[in-house]
Design a binder for this molecule. Structure first.
Ligand SMILES: Cc1cc2nc3c(=O)[nH]c(=O)nc-3n(C[C@H](O)[C@H](O)[C@H](O)COP(=O)(O)O)c2cc1C
Length: 199
């Protein structure tokens, strides 16, 4: 990636290419990304989540709708994502507005999850203080017995978010710290400008 011309003019195609490279390189959790949100007051927080879908509509992750990140996204519906694929010496940064994915999309994804993950989504009040681990395990046991032999429906407090990017930056390590940084900036619906940034 020494010249801008080597990049795909479409940032989503460029992302798909790098994501496939990370997968083909066999990197563990190549879909893990840091998600940064901020409170209404602008105080930031960050954590890892897993990318479950990425296309021209945006970047999708799934979580609890009542935890800290959800609270912050309600107050301030903008976020940033960072991927780092160390053996490839590549980083991708994505920023934009965040919205909930439609309920039927969340239903479909929830239905595809392992049963244990479905049960956990019901019993864990994400980001709340709890007494101890035993409390969590008991809640899990009780709910497991309650729904034995039945399908586990998606709880209303759990689902997906889609980050709709207005910028994506592709970073590739270079010799002497002369890294490549190519920034895609959305100027209209599917119109992007590509700019090179100093490392
Ligand atoms: C590699 C990795 C992947 C994770 N993936 C998710 C995820 O997809 N969704 C999620 O809610 N939490 C995920 N977590 C847990 C979050 O980092 C975090 O602890 C949790 O979402 C609570 O965050 P919050 O209190 O800021 O809402 C993951 C953690 C790690 C280390």
């Amino acid at each position: 990636m020494t010249e801008n011309q080597q990049l795909d003019p479409d940032p989503f195609k460029q992302f798909t290419r790098w994501f496939a490279d990370a997968e083909q390189a066999g990197l563990p959790l190549h879909n893990a990304m840091t998600l940064a949100t901020a409170s209404r007051a602008g105080k930031p927080s960050a954590r890892m989540v897993l990318l479950k879908e990425a296309d021209a509509r945006g970047f999708v992750f799934y979580t609890n709708y009542q935890g800290r990140k959800a609270r912050e996204l309600k107050e301030n519906p903008f976020a940033a994502l960072v991927f780092y694929w160390q053996p490839l010496s590549r980083q991708v940064r994505v920023e934009g507005a965040v919205e909930r994915v439609p309920a039927d999309e969340s239903d479909r994804y929830f239905a595809s999850r392992p049963r244990g993950h479905q049960l956990e989504a019901h019993v864990s009040a994400q980001s709340q203080v709890i007494k101890d681990r035993v409390f969590l395990e008991e809640q899990f046991m009780v709910f497991t017995q309650k729904v034995a032999g039945q399908e586990v429906p998606r709880p209303a407090h759990w689902g997906g978010y889609r980050l709709i990017p207005d910028t994506l930056e592709f970073w590739q390590e270079g010799e002497h710290r002369l890294h490549d940084r190519l920034l895609y900036r959305r100027i209209d619906n599917d119109q992007w400008v590509i700019e090179r940034l100093a490392p």
